[in-house]
Ligand binder design. Sequence first.
Ligand SMILES: [Fe+2]
Ligand SMILES: [Fe+2]
Length: 316
Amino acid sequence: MNPPATADTLTVLYDGACPLCRREIAHVKGLAERQGNSDLCFVDISRETEGDTRSDAERAALLARFHVQRADGSRLDGAAAFVAMWRRLPGWRWLAKLAGLPGALPLLELAYRGFLVVRPTMQKIARRNDTAQSTSDLAATPRLSVYLERELRSDHAGETGAVAIYQGISTIAAWRGDAELIEFASQHGQTEAEHLRLIEAWFPPARRSRLLGPWRVAGWLTGALPALFGRRAVYATIAAVETFVDQHYQQQIDHLQSHGGPEGLLPLLLRCQSDERHHRDEAAALAGAKTSWPLRAWCQVVGTGSAAAVVLARRV
Ligand SMILES: [Fe+2]
Ligand SMILES: [Fe+2]
């Protein structure tokens, strides 16, 4: 996506020879296309192109770290470059805002430097996976754009976590002998298990998140912890989770409605979203309008945690 350059254009210089960068940039391009006026340009600097006057040394330096270039020619690199890019992307601005908190940018830079250490190993694994997938499940499953593949990976991880949330609620509700909460968790849990089954049919094991174990644990705790405090805490938690899930599905629905996609995917997402909205509204009504500040703070944590989990699950 390379619109005509303007004074606001930010050029993302990426390594098109790296499988990790290719996936990341494909996803970012999908988001930038949805935004329309993101003013992001993407330039693959892994190979020399016509009119490219960069020396080998300059190219090597640009490839060693992530860079973005402003219209005036000045550049940002590392964590600062990511933050500048996130500011232009729908669904990522909250992360750019977090990075603006005192001390956050140095921490992100530290994390990025840590990533650079393991990057060569991750590149090797990604290349091996690309080869394995191209010869196995790619032919047997619906063709998905890189953007949709990443979103479905996060959907699958999310539904896995959702099933675990209700297992966590059920466990504590059974321990407390709370029949109403057991019934609530059973009904919602069955719907989530059906969502998971439907998404699994679209998404073969080789493509799923490699962090399904941690997502199950996080989901179980997200259900079990509020259940220790009673029904109202559970209902408010579910309302917070489903508010986020509804928005997450809406982003994908918007994308499919404007860009199209494989047959059957849009109805599937609409169906899941409709169920999630029903869950959200039911839980919000049960929680009631008056909630304590610790519960509101917890729900804030749950909403932010869900958003962070999606960011991670898209990639890993
Ligand atoms: Fe669901
Ligand atoms: Fe749900």
